[in-house]
Design a protein around this ligand. Structure first.
Ligand SMILES: NC(=O)c1ccc[n+]([C@@H]2O[C@H](COP(=O)([O-])OP(=O)(O)OC[C@H]3O[C@@H](n4cnc5c(N)ncnc54)[C@H](OP(=O)(O)O)[C@@H]3O)[C@@H](O)[C@H]2O)c1
Length: 291
């Protein structure tokens, strides 16, 4: 059975891939609100409410999974960078302590793929090469530090860490809207949106990331313990705004470029201006899939 633990935006794209590419049963967990999805027809998917900070919820989940060999996509996170900064202990309970309890309580895990972040690397320097998976990690914000600590728990048990760059795209859940959805709607309505001329990331759409991850885990027996899941080139937030404008059929002039200094005023915790990831290992693994 496949367990999508924390079936938020990425989890829902993974669910779609699982339904399209396997005939396995899927158990999805949600935290606050059960997802409203159009792709869950049939009896292959069931949903279970689970707060990772609740011992009772984890025990109930474990009982529900008893007897099944599990392949887990671990997507749960308290990941808003400024919320982690404002509530570090609450975030630690989810991002690190909750994960630790999950790993102790949930049995029969055959494989686990922990969705991590490029924030664990820290800031790319102008003269440095893109981060390979073996690079030293020096996160510059509390979120990155918590995800790095979480990665260690996962690696200590021999499971896999997938370090995603920025993910963007429309939500599949009628009850939730992403940054992309809101920006798309504003641009389509003829509004202007401000986008920072910085925060460059090797971004992927949710759909691309979920597709890559599914191919890796269904077709490849041996994965490296840590793998970057990223695009090949950097795009700034402003360039992302232009992409969304094009998708919405809006004018590029509606996307207003603002400086990093102006943008940083909205943030509480630090953001790396650039996080360049090396995608060579990802491509070499993907090449082996095709071989
Ligand atoms: N979005 C990005 O750009 C990006 C980039 C790199 C890595 N990632 C990683 O990708 C993963 C998925 O992120 P996403 O973009 O799909 O965001 P998301 O939709 O917010 O997914 C996170 C999930 O964690 C759940 N969650 C939060 N607190 C929880 C708790 N106490 N117990 C159980 N579940 C809880 C959330 O449920 P509620 O919403 O109901 O609380 C949500 O379903 C995360 O691990 C994130 O760190 C995201």
């Amino acid at each position: 059975m496949i367990l999508i633990f924390g079936c938020g935006i990425l989890g829902q794209y993974l669910l779609k891939e699982v339904l399209q590419n396997t005939d396995e049963q899927v158990l999805c967990t949600y935290h606050t609100q059960k997802p409203q999805l159009s792709c869950t027809a049939g009896d292959r998917v069931c949903f279970q409410k689970c707060d990772v900070t609740s011992e009772a919820d984890l025990q109930a989940l474990s009982a529900l999974c008893a007897g099944d060999r599990l392949r887990v996509f671990y997507c749960t996170a308290y990941h808003n960078i400024d919320a982690v900064y404002a509530h570090p202990q609450q975030a630690q309970k989810v991002n690190v302590e909750g994960l630790a309890r999950f790993l102790e309580i949930v049995k029969n895990i055959e494989a686990l793929y922990f969705i991590s972040t490029d924030c664990v690397y820290g800031e790319s320097r102008p003269d440095s090469k893109p981060f390979r998976e073996t690079a030293a990690c020096a996160p510059i914000n509390a979120y990155g530090r918590q995800k790095l600590a979480a990665e260690q728990l996962v690696l200590n048990r021999g499971y896999h860490v997938l370090r995603c760059s920025l993910l963007y795209g429309a939500s599949l859940d009628d009850n939730r809207k992403t940054f992309y959805d809101k920006t798309f709607a504003a641009l389509k309505a003829g509004e202007r949106v401000e986008m920072i001329d910085g925060l460059a990331r090797c971004a992927l759409t949710y759909s691309e990331a979920a597709h890559i991850i599914m191919r890796l885990v269904t077709e490849k027996k041996e994965l490296p313990p840590v793998l970057n899941i990223c695009g090949d080139s950097l795009i700034t937030k402003y360039e992302l705004g232009l992409r969304i404008a094009a998708a919405a059929g809006a004018s590029p002039a509606q996307v207003v470029k603002i400086s990093k200094e102006e943008g940083n005023k909205f943030f509480q915790d630090k953001r790396a201006d650039v996080i360049a990831l090396d995608s060579a290992l990802l491509h070499s693994v993907e090449c082996n899939l095709n071989a």
